[in-house]
Structures are given as structure tokens and as C-alpha cells.
Ligand binder design. Structure first.
Ligand SMILES: Cc1cc2nc3c(=O)[nH]c(=O)nc-3n(C[C@H](O)[C@H](O)[C@H](O)COP(=O)(O)OP(=O)(O)OC[C@H]3O[C@@H](n4cnc5c(N)ncnc54)[C@H](O)[C@@H]3O)c2cc1C
Ligand SMILES: NC(=O)c1ccc[n+]([C@@H]2O[C@H](COP(=O)([O-])OP(=O)(O)OC[C@H]3O[C@@H](n4cnc5c(N)ncnc54)[C@H](O)[C@@H]3O)[C@@H](O)[C@H]2O)c1
Length: 458
């Protein structure tokens, strides 16, 4: 006999649990299913443990730089067991908190097991058959392990298995020069490992403008992280000293030998084993569930939220998906994915905060733009903290004065970028931004100044 609910949620990532909370508060009965750890990627193998490691790595970096600030310390040692235990504890506390909260919700049943559709409104979890008129899919994704030569013949790490390591790799070779690769690369270099980042594209974080890629590369190279871009013939083989990574067919040493190798070449959605065909739910060629602007699939009563719908790949986009679906279902709203302004941060040190269009993206979209830019070496707060790497940039429409986007690669860039985001969300012009008084001394206080220095790009 099938157990009937008002709603079924598959996955406890960044959208599912909050949605369970809203549906429960609205008086609905909810079954929420998790096959592994409550909290999903962000809490267990993503944001939370990595940002904890970023904080430990920053502490190590600052300790080594003590003399720059007149603070004389002894030699710096990293206790990897403690570093690891700290990140695990913060992750575990997050998971336990999420799980306890879910269990406390009235009319919400938490099932552990792999959920799979049998027909459009019925899901099987082990021996249980669950039925509901509304089903929300929040199954997230996992690390992509491409079929590169040598995969399967040597041990390769992903973000999940690297986070289980409580010891320091002697030489960590990272394949992929984007978010995961760059964050882990700087973290482990600061813990004392030799680090090589290998990117197949011509530059790091290839979605960003060239100036950003170049500045990030300089920041990492200044910490003695080796970087190889344009690596076209990546292959793996066992080596007496670890793992040999073939990196090039053209120039540079053709092979790099590492003690450990991390694959950071993107993510795949967890949609292949959900029985989506039995439910009639369509996916694209990469496995992302096809949704409309309100996150509904083509099957009435089934929605997809978070990384599995391909409309975002961040914790905040998944959470925003929850807000959109909940507002439309329960508050009579008409919220859409296309209403949100893209924003994200890369947690290197200094971090990269990004919102809206970059200068390159705005030009490619056909805008006539005006741009203001200032190096962090001309931002008082950055000078006082002696963290002067990077730059700040604002892009506006030269015709309408609308703010199109911003980039802050610099100390506190992940926070200060919200100044631009919130102005954009309110439809403010660059002139309004220029006229808004900010607090001294902050990184954000230079944003109005830059808005006053916008120059039209010929
Ligand atoms: C190393 C790393 C660092 C990151 N850092 C950041 C960051 O700093 N900031 C940021 O915004 N984003 C970051 N991200 C991305 C962020 O973690 C994800 O975008 C976010 O977790 C996606 O959430 P989600 O709700 O889509 O699903 P997930 O969090 O992936 O959760 C999906 C859940 O569904 C479960 N599940 C899957 N299939 C089934 C099934 N058939 N039955 C039952 N349960 C199932 C899974 O076990 C999982 O618990 C990072 C990611 C990684 C890998
Ligand atoms: N700070 C954050 O918000 C944060 C942090 C970590 C992860 N994430 C999320 O996790 C997702 C995955 O991150 P990611 O860095 O793995 O993927 P990504 O898709 O951002 O980048 C993958 C990189 O690997 C390169 N690449 C692909 N195939 C390759 C190959 N065969 N050899 C060498 N390089 C190759 C690509 O050119 C690209 O630079 C991102 O979409 C991001 O949203 C976010």
C-alpha cells in the first residue's frame, strides 16, 4: 500500500528542507527523502567544509606574514589532524542541526534511502511506496569524472574524498582551474603542500574577463602555486613517486608527478538513477532536468530545484529556487528565475565577488558601456590591512546609466559586492550609486567613487 502525502521532496540539499518547512507550516503532510547525508553538498562536501578550510589557510598565511604587521611569531606549523577535525565538526554540526530541525517539523516524515519514480506521482524508497500530488526534485550533483586516459588505473580524488583526507599531500596536482580547483589549490598550498593546477582552457576561470583571470593567476603564482593552462593531452599513469599526469603535447615539461591528484573539472546532476523516464520528466543532453521559468517540469505537479535543473550551481541559487517555488505555490506570487541577478563569489584570498555582467559580457551583449576601475592598492582599507592585490570594477550602460554589473577581486570582495547587487536590484542608476554616502574606512566606500569615475569605452 502506498503512503499518501500532500508533497514529496527528493533530496535534502539547499532547497528541500526549507520547502518542507514552508509546506508543513501551510498544513501539508510532507515526505522528504535523503539517500546519504542531510544537508547535501554544501553542508557535507562543499561550501561549509571548504570555507572552514579557507579560514584555517588564511590563519596560516597571516601567521607567516606576522612580521609585516610588526607581530613577531615563531615558525608556523600546520596540525592537519586539527585542521581536518575542525572542518569535519563544523560540517557535522550543520548536518545535525538541519536534521534535528527537519525531524521537529509537524507532519514531515524523513526517509533515508534512494528515491526513484515508478509513475509520475509515485516514488519508491526501499520497501516504501510514497504517493503525492506534488513532487519536488532537489537531488543536486556530484563531481564529474571524465573518461580521460588512465582514469580507473590510479587513485584520483574528488572534492568529497579530498575532504576526508586528514594528512597533507606532498604534491597536490589539481585538474581544472575554476572554483573548486582554485579554492583547494590555495588552501593546500597555504597548508604547506606543493600545488600544481592544470587547466585545459587558455586561462584560469575562463568565464571571467581576461583581466580577472590574469590577476587571479598572479595572486596564486605569488604563493608559488604552479599553473599550467592550455593543457590538451591530460592523461594519468602510475609512477614510483605517485601519479604521473601528462599535461601537454606541445610545450613545457610533458609530465608532472604528484603524490595526489584532485579532479575539479565540473559537476554532473544526480538524475540518471531517478526513474525520470517513468515519470515522463525530460532532461537535456547533460542530464539537467528541463524546467520553465518557475521551475516546473513538463509534468504537472513536478518541480526541480537546485543544481539538478541547470539554472544555477550555487547554494544561493538553490535556496532562491525554493523561495520562488514556495512563493508561487503558497503566497499567490509570480516569481521567476529570470528575475534574479546573477551573483557569486570565488573564495580565494583575496576573494572574487561578481554581480551581473562583466565588461566583456556587457559588450558581447551589445551594450555601449562605461567602466570605472580602481586597483585595491588605491583602496584605503586594503592598504591599512596590507591586502592590496586585485581591483574593483563597475560597469554601466552608457546610454541609460543603468548599473550592469561589478567585479571586486580584493579583500572583502565577497561582502562589498552586495552594495552593487542591492543597488541593481532596486533599479538604481550609476549616478544614484555615486551619490550614496558609504562608511569610512571600508572597501565599499570606494564604490560610489568608482561610480563617479565611469568612462565610456570607445
Ligand atoms: C567543493 C565545493 C565547494 C562549494 N562552495 C560553494 C560556495 O562557497 N558557495 C556556493 O554558493 N556554492 C558552493 N558550492 C556549490 C553548492 O554546494 C551547491 O550549488 C549546492 O549545494 C547545491 O544544492 P542543491 O540543493 O542543488 O543539492 P545538493 O546540496 O547537492 O543536495 C542534493 C541531495 O540530494 C540527495 N539525493 C540525490 N539523489 C537522490 C535520490 N535519488 N534519492 C534521495 N536523495 C537523493 C543527495 O544525497 C544530496 O544530499 C560548492 C560545491 C562544492 C563541490
Ligand atoms: N565559491 C563557490 O561558490 C563555489 C566553490 C566551489 C564550487 N562551486 C560550484 O561547483 C561547481 C563545480 O566547480 P568546478 O570548479 O569543478 O567546475 P567548473 O565547471 O566551474 O570548472 C571546471 C574547470 O575545469 C576545466 N576542465 C574541464 N575539463 C578539463 C580537463 N579534462 N582537463 C583540465 N581542465 C578541465 C574547465 O575548463 C573549467 O575551467 C561550479 O559550478 C560552482 O558553481 C562554487
Amino acid at each position: 500500500m502506498a503512503a499518501n502525502y500532500d508533497a514529496i521532496i527528493i533530496g535534502t540539499g539547499q532547497a528541500g528542507p526549507s520547502l518542507a518547512g514552508r509546506l508543513s507550516a501551510a498544513g501539508m503532510s510532507v515526505a522528504i527523502v535523503e539517500r546519504h547525508l542531510v544537508g547535501g553538498t554544501c553542508v557535507n562536501t562543499g561550501c561549509k567544509p571548504t570555507k572552514t578550510l579557507v579560514a584555517s589557510a588564511y590563519a596560516a598565511h597571516l601567521a607567516r606574514r606576522g612580521a609585516d604587521f610588526g607581530v613577531i611569531t615563531g615558525p608556523v606549523h600546520i596540525d592537519m589532524a586539527r585542521v581536518h577535525a575542525r572542518s569535519q565538526k563544523i560540517s557535522e554540526d550543520g548536518r545535525a542541526g538541519n536534521e534535528a530541525w527537519l525531524r521537529s517539523l509537524p507532519n514531515v516524515a524523513l526517509f533515508f534511502g534512494h528515491a526513484r519514480f515508478e509513475v509520475p506521482k509515485t516514488v519508491r524508497v526501499g520497501e516504501e511506496q510514497l504517493t503525492a500530488p506534488r513532487i519536488f526534485i532537489n537531488v543536486g550533483g556530484r563531481a564529474l569524472v571524465p573518461d580521460m586516459p588512465g582514469v580507473g588505473t590510479v587513485p584520483l580524488l574528488t572534492n568529497s574524498s579530498l575532504l576526508n583526507l586528514a594528512t597533507l599531500p606532498e604534491h597536490l596536482v589539481i585538474i581544472g582551474g575554476s572554483y573548486i580547483g582554485l579554492e583547494f589549490g590555495q588552501i593546500y598550498r597555504r597548508f604547506g603542500a606543493a600545488v600544481t593546477i592544470i587547466e585545459k582552457g587558455p586561462r584560469l576561470i575562463g568565464r571571467e574577463d581576461e583581466e580577472v583571470s590574469k590577476a587571479v593567476r598572479e595572486i596564486l603564482e605569488a604563493e608559488a602555486i604552479a599553473i599550467r593552462t592550455g593543457a590538451e593531452c591530460i592523461r594519468f599513469a602510475a609512477h614510483p613517486d605517485g601519479i604521473a599526469v601528462g599535461v601537454d603535447c606541445r610545450d613545457g615539461p610533458p609530465e608532472i608527478v604528484g603524490s595526489h591528484v584532485l579532479l575539479a573539472v565540473g559537476r554532473v546532476p544526480n538524475t540518471h538513477d531517478l526513474g525520470l523516464d517513468l515519470a515522463g520528466v525530460a532532461t537535456d543532453e547533460r542530464g539537467f532536468i528541463t524546467v520553465d521559468d518557475r521551475l516546473a517540469t513538463g509534468v504537472p505537479g513536478i518541480w526541480a530545484l537546485g543544481d539538478c535543473n541547470g539554472r544555477g550551481a550555487f547554494t544561493h541559487t538553490s535556496y532562491n529556487d525554493f523561495e520562488i517555488v514556495a512563493a508561487n505555490l503558497l503566497d499567490g506570487a509570480d516569481r521567476k528565475v529570470s528575475d534574479r541577478i546573477p551573483c557569486y563569489a570565488l573564495y580565494t584570498d583575496p576573494p572574487l565577488g561578481r554581480v551581473g555582467l562583466s565588461a566583456g559580457q556587457a559588450e558581447a551583449s551589445g551594450y555601449r558601456i562605461k567602466v570605472g576601475r580602481r586597483p585595491m592598492s588605491r583602496v584605503g582599507r586594503a592598504v591599512e590591512k596590507d591586502e592590496q592585490a586585485g581591483f574593483m570594477e563597475i560597469v554601466a550602460d552608457a546610454d541609460s546609466d543603468a548599473i550592469l554589473g561589478g567585479t571586486i577581486l580584493g579583500t572583502s570582495g565577497d561582502e562589498a559586492i552586495h552594495t552593487i547587487l542591492d543597488m541593481m536590484a532596486n533599479g538604481a542608476t550609476a549616478t544614484r550609486l555615486r551619490e550614496t554616502m558609504h562608511i569610512h574606512p571600508t572597501v565599499s566606500e570606494l564604490i560610489p567613487t568608482i561610480a563617479g569615475e565611469l568612462r565610456t569605452v570607445a
